[in-house]
Design a protein around this ligand. Structure first.
Ligand code: TTP
Ligand code: MG
Length: 401
């Protein structure tokens, strides 16, 4: 039996949050729109979520401190994120994806892989499917998307990004090498800044350079990661589209209005963040083993630390206990804190779960979680907070869901 050729489509919405805002407010169209924290005339804290392509011309991008964005573009239109609306639009877009195939792997709120191998007979060649998908999204949502189609995920993901916004890039099997070869390493999906810097030092600047580099040497210097990237650089990627949505982590972070020394406020914030993360996990039926702390000092230096425990949990007390431990073993008391973040990952199948010695204790604690969840369900998510946690403040909306 001959194996049918794979066709993977990667779709990613253009300037997603900002484009939704431009759609909702026609007067924003053609203008630099920045979605994110309040810039407070250049004194605002927090970061840019995303911005319209008009704003990108000023050098603004996602995750940039909002005050830097304001400096670059004081006349821009600054909009707070409307998470509820974006999730709804995301759901509607994913419904459209299902018109094309059932083999869909969501990557984030605005992007997914679609395995369209089985759809060609019915819907036509890949290029036509790409055009139709873009048309359907535009027709239904008045938003543009960029699409990449290739024989594998790695190339499809790179392709969708190459001609943004409103792009459609198709890479056939026999063109993969010439397509990848000239691209700079920053186009390499999955390679972090540090890896790229290291590779640059070894004289590797393009994906083509990486493909030509002796495999053994890469393996020696970079281990498994080196071999993985070597294969990708040669366009070899067998990863399949995994249809069900596997959430990898749940996290929340908080930026203080002013950098703080106040240990009391820091402690309360860590409780509150642990509560929020645990609550979100329980809501989604998730339990994880690895607890992550993010700590950013004044001046932006950031450390992340994590600890893996012997059982999966979504229990507020357990998560908080570990966060507290991570914080106190790593915190430098001489420095002010700018941001705190709490996350949990390592979600495994229930069968792999090991029962902890403290299971009874956990059960007891879970009762408290249950009560908390019920109250939140009934009276809203800010209705309850443990005694030691933060008071409800007008800042509550800044806790990003
Ligand atoms: P992206 O697809 O990375 O960005 P984008 O859709 O805004 O722009 P592009 O045309 O380059 O794809 O992310 C999707 C949304 O996720 C984005 O609209 C806002 C949100 N987001 C953040 O809130 N913070 C971030 O740091 C990033 C990267 C995205
Ligand atoms: Mg996008």
């Amino acid at each position: 039996m001959s194996k049918s050729k794979r066709h993977i489509l990667h779709v990613d919405m253009d300037a997603f949050f900002a484009a939704v805002e431009q759609r909702e407010h026609p007067e924003f169209q053609g203008k630099p729109v920045i979605v994110g924290a309040d810039p407070k005339e250049g004194k605002g804290r927090g970061v840019v979520s995303t911005c319209s392509y008009e704003a990108r011309k000023f050098g603004i991008h996602s995750a940039m401190p909002i005050m830097h964005a304001y400096k670059r573009c004081p006349h821009g239109i600054y909009v707070p994120p409307n998470g509820k609306l974006y999730s709804q639009v995301s759901k509607d877009i994913f419904k459209i994806f299902y018109e094309f195939t059932d083999l869909i792997e969501p990557l984030s709120i605005d992007e997914a892989f679609l395995d369209i191998r089985g759809s060609i007979k019915l819907l036509g060649p890949p290029k036509k499917i790409g055009e139709k998908l873009k048309y359907r999204i535009y027709q239904d949502q008045a938003l543009t998307a960029s699409v990449g189609i290739a024989p594998n995920k790695f190339v499809a993901k790179i392709a969708s990004d190459l001609d943004k916004p409103n792009g459609l890039v198709i890479v056939d099997e026999d063109k993969i090498e010439s397509f990848l070869q000239p691209l700079p390493l920053k186009r390499m999906w999955g390679a972090g800044k540090k890896t790229i810097e290291k590779l640059n030092k070894d004289g590797i600047h393009t994906i083509g350079d990486l493909a030509k580099y002796p495999r053994e040497l890469l393996e020696k210097k970079y281990g498994k990661t080196g071999v993985h990237f070597f294969k990708l650089a040669r366009g070899i990627d067998d990863r399949s589209v995994v249809p069900e949505h596997t959430i990898k982590s749940v996290s929340n972070e908080y930026t203080f209005d002013e950098d703080v020394f106040d240990i009391d406020l820091i402690t309360k914030t860590l409780i509150r963040l642990s509560e929020k993360v645990a609550y979100r996990m329980r809501k989604q039926g998730l339990r994880g083993r690895t607890i992550h702390l993010k700590l950013r000092y004044e001046g932006f230096e950031t450390i992340t630390r994590n600890k893996t425990i012997d059982h999966q949990t979504a229990n507020t007390e357990t998560i908080h206990k570990i966060i507290n431990e991570l914080f106190h073993t790593n915190y430098n008391r001489d420095r002010k804190v700018r941001l705190l973040g709490v996350g949990v990952s390592g979600f495994e199948q229930k069968s792999a779960q090991q029962l902890s010695l403290f299971e009874d204790g956990i059960r007891e604690e879970s009762k408290l979680d249950e009560v908390e969840d019920l109250v939140r369900k009934k009276f809203g998510k800010n209705a309850i907070s443990r005694a030691e946690g933060l008071q409800k403040t007008s800042d509550d909306e800044r806790w990003f869901d």
